[in-house]
Design a protein around this ligand. Structure first.
Ligand SMILES: CC(C)(COP(=O)(O)OP(=O)(O)OC[C@H]1O[C@@H](n2cnc3c(N)ncnc32)[C@H](O)[C@@H]1OP(=O)(O)O)[C@@H](O)C(=O)NCCC(=O)NCCS
Length: 157
């Protein structure tokens, strides 16, 4: 799994992030991914035993503490191995994450998009909320904070 994530970042995000930022992000994700798998909120796609991609979600800290607040969750660890890029793999995984989160009562998904992934998330109805940064130890990873409501809007008649 980590090899696939590393290949994804090194080949698909290298134009936007330097090796130190990529290593920090991979370490950060490695520290969380087992827990996401154990919680049943991570999905891994394989083809003939090869890891093609993964995606996960988790309730956000805000939503855990404020019981009356709308349930917010974060999309995590969306990676596609470069050999399988631009074939719809991440789209299938993200749609699965959305269905799972919605079924669990989540009304809004948030994420910090890497710059290379902003268009991908826009394609799926996420809107940019502004610049964001993930601080991992002494390393900063800038990106774009994005969100999507999972509450269906009724169109005006
Ligand atoms: C972002 C990522 C998950 C997309 O996976 P994917 O399976 O290639 O995405 P899909 O095939 O479902 O969707 C492809 C569409 O997303 C958009 N897209 C994906 N990567 C893009 C890029 N680098 N630049 C511009 N648009 C991009 C395009 O609209 C593309 O459609 P097109 O191929 O017709 O132009 C993959 O590139 C990846 O793993 N990147 C490195 C890790 C990463 O940045 N993850 C996101 C963390 S927030």
């Amino acid at each position: 799994m980590l090899d696939s994530q590393r290949a994804a970042m090194m080949e698909l995000a290298a134009a936007n992030y330097d090796p130190e930022q990529i290593s920090a992000l991979l370490r950060y994700n490695a520290g969380h991914f087992d827990a996401l798998v154990a919680s049943g909120r991570a999905t891994v796609m394989t083809e003939r035993s090869r890891i093609v991609g993964c995606a996960a979600w988790q309730p956000s800290d805000d939503s855990r503490t404020a019981s009356s607040a709308p349930r917010i969750a974060e999309v995590r660890s969306v990676y596609v191995h470069p050999d399988f890029a631009r074939r719809g793999v991440a789209s299938v995984l993200l749609m699965h994450v959305e269905r799972q989160a919605k079924a669990a009562g989540v009304s809004e998904l948030r994420l910090l998009a890497t710059f290379n992934a902003v268009q991908f998330y826009r394609n799926h109805g996420f809107a940019a909320r502004g610049a964001g940064t993930l601080e991992i130890g002494s390393t900063s990873l800038p990106g774009i904070a994005m969100s999507k409501s999972l509450i269906e809007q009724r169109s005006a008649a």
